[in-house]
Design a protein around this ligand. Structure first.
Ligand code: AMP
Ligand code: ZN
Ligand code: FE
Ligand code: FE
Length: 272
C-alpha cells in the first residue's frame, strides 16, 4: 500500500471533538503515515502532537486553517510547515479568536431574536478554551433540545444565508497570505469545491497561494479532476485530507478515505 497522508483534520483546540492523542489513535487505525492537525485559528495542537508523534509512528506536520473574506463569502486557507511560535502569527491568531467569540455572541443574540433561547454559556461549555465556531453553537442547540440534529442547526439557523448567520472578521486573502508569509510555510486554498468559483480561484492564485486542496470529502470525482487540472496548469501544489471533526457530524468514516500519497507531501516540502 502506498503511504497515505491526511493534511486536514480538527481537534479540541478548535471545533473537533477529539484531542490530539485521540486523533493519533484514529489515524493509526485508519492506516495513515502523515497527518496535519489544522485547527481554525489555533496552533495549540502542534506541540502536543509533535511530542507524541514518534510514539505513534506517524509524522505530524504543523498546520492551521484560516478564514478570509471574498465579497460576502467566507473562504478557508490551509497553511503548513510554518513557524508556529512566530510572535506576529500568534498575536494575529489570538485576535481572530477574540473576534470569533464576539461573533458567537452576535449569533446567540440573533437566535434569541428568533425566540431560540440559547445562552452564550452553553456555547462556551461546548468550546471550552478552544477557538469557538458555529459547530459549537450547533452542538449547543442540540444539547439544549432546540434543534434535533447538528445539520438541522445549520440548515435552519447557522449556514450562510440563514437567519442567524453572522460574518467573521473581514480579512482579505492577500492580507492573510501576507500575514502568514512572515512565519514561513506554504498556503493552500481549502476545499474550493464548497463555495469558490473559478474566477475567485484565479484571484487567489494571483494573490500568491502555493496550492489547492484537491482531495476533500465535498469534492466529486469531476471536481477533483477539475482542480487537479488547474493545479497542473498553474504549477501549483496539491494537498488533500478528510476535514475530520468527529462528534455529531456524519464524518465518522472519513479518516483514511480522503488522503494524498506521502510523495505529494515531499513535493510540498521541496517548495519551501
Ligand atoms: P466557522 O469557522 O464558525 O465559520 O465554522 C466553520 C465550520 O462549520 C466548518 O468546519 C464547517 O464544516 C462547518 N459548517 C459550515 N457550514 C456547514 C453546514 N451547512 N452544515 C454543516 N456544517 C457546516
Ligand atoms: Zn471546523
Ligand atoms: Fe474549512
Ligand atoms: Fe476544516
Amino acid at each position: 500500500m502506498q503511504s497515505r497522508a491526511d493534511l486536514h483534520m480538527h481537534s479540541t483546540y478548535s471545533d473537533g471533538t477529539l484531542t490530539p492523542p485521540n486523533l493519533f489513535q484514529r489515524a493509526k487505525e485508519a492506516g495513515l503515515s502523515v497527518i496535519s492537525i489544522t485547527d481554525h485559528d489555533h496552533v495549540g495542537a502542534i506541540d502536543e502532537a509533535t511530542a507524541i508523534a514518534r510514539d505513534w509512528g506517524i509524522e505530524v506536520i504543523p498546520g492551521v486553517e484560516l478564514s478570509a473574506t471574498v465579497g460576502e463569502q467566507d473562504i478557508h486557507i490551509l497553511w503548513y510547515f510554518f513557524d508556529h511560535r512566530n510572535r506576529d502569527l500568534l498575536d494575529h491568531l489570538a485576535f481572530f479568536r477574540s473576534e470569533r467569540l464576539k461573533r458567537a455572541e452576535r449569533i446567540v443574540e440573533k437566535l434569541n431574536g428568533l425566540h431560540v433561547p440559547l445562552t452564550i454559556e452553553s456555547v462556551l461549555d461546548q468550546a471550552g478554551s478552544a477557538s469557538v465556531g458555529r459547530p459549537h453553537i450547533a452542538n449547543a442547540l442540540v444539547e439544549e433540545g432546540l434543534t434535533e440534529t447538528y445539520n438541522e442547526a445549520f440548515m435552519r439557523y447557522l449556514a450562510y444565508g440563514k437567519p442567524a448567520y453572522e460574518k467573521k472578521y473581514r480579512v482579505s486573502p492577500q492580507a492573510a497570505i501576507e500575514l502568514l508569509s512572515s512565519a514561513g510555510g506554504v498556503s493552500f486554498i481549502a476545499h474550493p469545491g464548497n463555495n469558490i468559483d473559478d474566477k475567485v480561484l484565479l484571484e487567489l492564485i494571483n494573490a500568491g497561494v502555493d496550492g489547492i486542496e484537491v482531495i476533500h470529502p465535498s469534492h466529486s470525482p469531476e471536481r477533483v479532476a477539475h482542480f487537479q487540472g488547474i493545479a497542473s496548469e498553474y504549477f501549483l501544489l496539491v494537498s488533500g485530507g478528510s476535514d475530520f471533526h468527529g462528534g455529531k457530524r456524519n464524518d465518522q468514516d472519513a479518516l483514511g478515505r480522503f488522503f494524498i500519497p506521502t510523495s505529494q507531501v515531499d513535493m510540498i516540502r521541496h517548495r519551501l
